[in-house]
Design a protein around this ligand. Structure first.
Ligand code: ZN
Length: 132
């Protein structure tokens, strides 16, 4: 899920939640049913005239959902926030609870406040709805 803002800065800042893994790698924002692709993924060589082989991401970059150890906010400008660890690991689809997601993206909103002069009045932080 990506977050954008309403300021006219050429869309240099788009935020989203990246997955983190035990080896310190993070996801690159592309996923499929089996998991997420690591940041820096590359494509397999293929035939541009054959849609079955062209544009396929190299599967060595695919990490299953069960290996997600946390989440962090990141921005298209290269900024990375602080990791929120997975508290109750299981083999299910791992994604932050709604309250966690709001807090994670509040980091990104604070990043915007620092990165974009005059952004303060337009950004609302999430109100906590439970004790985490
Ligand atoms: Zn940014």
């Amino acid at each position: 899920m990506g977050y954008t803002h309403e300021l006219d800065d050429g869309d240099q800042h788009e935020g989203w939640i990246a997955m983190t893994y035990a080896d310190g790698r993070i996801s690159g924002g592309t996923s499929c049913a089996a998991g997420h692709y690591l940041d820096g993924y590359t494509y397999l060589p293929g035939d541009p005239n054959d849609p079955r082989t062209w544009g396929q991401i190299d599967p060595i970059y695919l990490r299953p959902n069960s290996e997600i150890t946390g989440w962090l906010p990141r921005c298209a400008c290269g900024w990375l926030g602080i990791e929120t660890p997975v508290i109750e690991p299981n083999d299910q689809w791992r994604e932050p609870a709604e309250d966690q997601e709001h807090l994670i993206m509040d980091q990104w909103r604070l990043h915007l406040r620092d990165a974009i002069p005059g952004a303060h009045p337009m950004l609302q932080l999430s109100a906590p709805t439970s004790n985490l």
